[in-house]
Write a protein that binds this ligand. Structure first.
Ligand SMILES: [Zn+2]
Length: 331
């Protein structure tokens, strides 16, 4: 689909069906063409990309640079294959590049560390195994490869028609970047701001120390920019960045409030708190026990991220009880 002349969106299917697609964008320029994000390493996604190129009257060789907003498999999975097919350079933030080897080459080690974190947060052993099983399917759906160019916050990227500024927006992933075109007031924002869902922010071995704080600060940063058009990694493109940012700020404020309320009934583990929160409020709410295992794992890691933020804001106290962290509201 051509969004405007020279800017194309190709929808790449998800293996799991939720969300349905990753949005890849091709931005044509007088000096070369940029592809933003690549989708999962599946034959269906590769086929969809090839079909999309044909529909837009483009070829693999027309792509000169592949910019990865972050290394989650739905954005980075196909990067290595597309790099070869397009003979293009892959660019991503340095912070994100450093996560590739520990995440994808030492996948089992990362899962062990997450299992340990879940145990410390009160998740029963039997459920830890179920949650681990639920993440194994994605391992073969990424071809890990290091980038050709490392980007830093404030770097410029020009293709002759678009003069992008690289914005480091940590939170959803520590080295997540957005591409901002200040002249046109366009923001390609990966998973930093989505129109239909609130981007996941979790505390885990590959996140920063306080990812929820990072996320909120990064959202404030893009909220202060002049933006007329937002092109996200999933869901529809939209105009109203400020309005959407306000909705996400409100979502986080409400979630913090409901966590504080849950803790009024005494000492609780992150697992107990997560199991009392109504999740997926965008789609009328789902109880924790009705979430599929993969989403339950994300829900627990997100609850831990909120508890870390609340602890550092001095709203919550944390005590160790036989190797398990329990939390208490301070007022
Ligand atoms: Zn994504």
């Amino acid at each position: 689909m051509q969004i405007v002349t020279g800017v194309h969106q190709i929808k790449l299917p998800f293996p799991s069906g939720t969300p349905e697609y990753t949005n890849a964008y091709i931005i044509e320029g007088s000096k070369g063409n940029i592809l933003i994000d690549t989708g999962w390493d599946t034959s269906e996604a590769l086929w969809a990309f090839k079909e999309g190129l044909t529909q837009e009257r483009l070829k693999f060789q027309d792509i000169d640079w592949i910019v990865i907003t972050h290394i989650h498999p739905d954005h980075y999975g196909l990067a290595a294959k597309l790099k070869k097919l397009c003979e293009a350079e892959v660019l991503m933030s340095k912070t994100e590049a450093e996560l590739i080897i520990p995440r994808y080459k030492y996948f089992d080690g990362l899962l062990d560390a997450i299992d340990e974190e879940l145990a410390q947060n009160g998740v029963p052993r039997a459920e830890i195994s179920e949650l681990r099983e639920a993440s194994l399917w994605m391992k073969p759906l990424v071809s890990p490869d290091l980038p050709d160019v490392m980007l830093d916050d404030g770097d410029r990227l020009s293709n002759g028609s678009f003069e992008f500024e690289v914005l480091q927006t940590p939170g959803h992933s520590p080295g997540h970047i957005c591409l901002y075109e200040p002249g046109k007031k366009w923001l390609f924002c990966g998973d930093h701001v989505l129109f239909e869902t609130t981007p996941h922010v979790g505390l885990h071995p590959q996140s920063m120390d306080n990812p929820m704080r990072d996320y909120i600060d990064s959202l404030k940063m893009v909220d202060a920019l002049k933006v007329n058009f937002v092109l996200p990694g999933h869901g529809p493109v939209f105009n109203s960045l400020k309005l959407r940012a306000q909705e996400i700020f409100l979502h986080h404020a409400q979630r913090k409030k409901s966590i504080m309320k849950i803790m009024r009934n005494g000492l609780k583990t992150a697992y107990q708190i997560a199991s009392e929160i109504p999740w997926k409020l965008e789609t009328n709410g789902v109880t924790f026990k009705d979430l599929p295992p993969w989403d339950r794992r994300l829900a627990i890691l997100e609850t831990i991220a909120y508890l870390k933020l609340l602890t550092l804001e001095n709203e919550v106290g944390k005590v160790d009880q036989n190797g398990v962290s329990v939390y208490l509201a301070k007022d």
